[in-house]
Design a protein around this ligand. Sequence first.
Ligand SMILES: N[C@@H](CCC[C@H](N)C(=O)O)C(=O)O
Length: 328
Amino acid sequence: MTTSGATSPDATISDGTISDGTTAPRTLAFTKGHGTHNDFVLVDDRDGVLDLGPAAVRALADRRGGIGADGVIRLAPSAALPEGRALLESEPAARWFMDYRNGDGSVAEMCGNGVRVFAAFAESLGLADLGAGELVLGTRAGVRRVRKEPDGWYAVDMGRWTFPGGDAAVAAGLDASVQVRGWTGARPALSVDLGNPHTVVALGTDDELDALDLTVAPDVRPVPPHGTNVELVVPLGESVDEHGTSVGRVRMRVHERGVGETRSCGTGACAAALAVRAWAGGGAPDVWFVEVPGGTVRVTALADGHVELAGPAELVFAGTFPLVDGSR
Ligand SMILES: N[C@@H](CCC[C@H](N)C(=O)O)C(=O)O
């Protein structure tokens, strides 16, 4: 890794191969950021010229041979991607697009912690002024709106969410089962769609949560057609805050599709809070604090059927990374 330099604007990186007709090494300028320790490599592609293939993403995300991250985020003009161009037709303000890849190189529709870190990155590049108003951005799960709170947290309208199993699943409290390595049997679970897929399992105690072996992916049945993120949660109860608002608390660990266990997952926190709220029944709070190994985020079920995710976003360092022709 070096500390200066930038990718040639006419270089295209696909599967780690630079396809501009030369064999010379190229370097990719990046910024490293995280939201409650869900960490990302961020790439400024405001010219829309980079094509980050799976091998290049894996090289960047590699914790030993690369920079290390749970995911890679490319900031690109919405106009440069088919999914972005479709969004621009109804939301012309969504000028910038979050092109999100999991650490294994797979494409994901959405990343809640990533959206907040994307907003901080756009601010650092002078592409957004969250002191003056909201940032509207494109994602594969649709348009997202980010505002900044007085304490510096970023609050994201995460759009509409659903229980894919419908009313029957909500009434039964389950529509799937999950087997974690070491368990004697599978446990009931509830599927939640936040634009990306989630499966939430309730546990009884903190000790059970702490003892989980998430070094291998939990086995989910029925097998989700596009895979799933799995959230293991312990409801911690409800209370009334200093403003008289009823709030709930949840502890969560997560196994992310395309990554493994991570220290936080924003869409996963939303799924966890919405599942626990449904299990609690009518009168349950709309506001939930979700405690993850990397910190705490706030999830609010909004009256319009959307859900809001709020939490911190940090940019920690920047540099350049060599992507050598054919070597990654
Ligand atoms: N960590 C993200 C979710 C990233 C995508 C996920 N692994 C998937 O494949 O759906 C978040 O904060 O939401």
